[in-house]
Ligand binder design. Structure first.
Ligand SMILES: Nc1nc2c(ncn2[C@@H]2O[C@H](COP(=O)(O)OP(=O)(O)OP(=O)(O)O)[C@@H](O)[C@H]2O)c(=O)[nH]1
Ligand SMILES: [Mg+2]
Length: 194
């Protein structure tokens, strides 16, 4: 079972991205699970998802990092036992650091589980243009992420996107930085779950 942790600010497009990848992988015959810490604007509609072969499991507690990790662990075990998906997405609450959660799950050494690179989504319009102005957890999310996706690029100017990219790169030179295209084809979606 592959586990992909996708984080970022509220409204950055996490659910929309996960649904796109889930649909894509599902068409390829994969079974998908989703664990969500907080329900946002776009919801994982149970009916639609079960038709796609996607099973959702809500995590009730938010913003208690220690017990949260435990909840996620038990939810992962349940989803693995009951549904046995090929890939599980964890949509984290906005203050969680995806790379930290990944490290915690790595330490738990879950059987038959592969942790995919941690992903942080950015809504460039909402992004501060100086590192000093960034909220501490946003800065830490970027510094620790393996993949950073600048999302909603079609709503912004090329110049601003370039500046966001420069700042993100300065904060984390080793991360893979992706810019979300207008149309997310399979090639792009594969990069998120590489
Ligand atoms: N233009 C544009 N809108 C997007 C894109 N991705 C998501 N949205 C919209 O942005 C809004 C928030 O998207 P969600 O997928 O709910 O974002 P989220 O990060 O899951 O939000 P929370 O769960 O509330 O933290 C919705 O209205 C989406 O339709 C995108 O790539 N481009
Ligand atoms: Mg969401």
């Amino acid at each position: 079972m592959r586990v992909s942790i996708i984080g970022g600010a509220t409204g950055s497009g996490k659910t929309t991205m996960i649904l796109d990848i889930a649909k894509y992988l599902n068409l390829k015959g994969e079974k998908i699970g989703v664990i969500v810490q907080e329900t946002g604007e776009v919801d994982y509609d149970e009916k639609t998802l079960s038709k796609l072969g996607i099973k959702t499991k809500e995590v009730n507690s938010v913003c208690i990092p220690c017990s949260l990790d435990t909840d996620i662990r038990s939810n992962l075990l349940t989803i693995q036992k009951e549904f046995d998906p090929d890939t599980v997405f964890i949509e984290t609450e906005e203050t969680v650091l995806p790379h930290k959660l990944k490290a915690d799950l790595e330490r738990m050494a879950l059987a038959d589980t592969e942790l995919l690179p941690s992903v942080v989504l950015i809504n460039p319009k909402e992004f501060e243009m100086s590192a000093d102005q960034l909220i501490e957890y946003t800065k830490k999310q970027i510094e620790g992420a393996e993949i950073i996706c600048i999302n909603k690029t079609e709503l912004d100017t090329k110049e601003h996107i370039t500046n966001v990219r420069k700042l993100v790169h300065a904060l984390n030179p080793s991360a893979k930085i992706l810019e979300n295209p207008n149309f997310r084809d399979g090639k792009f979606l594969e990069m998120i779950v590489a």
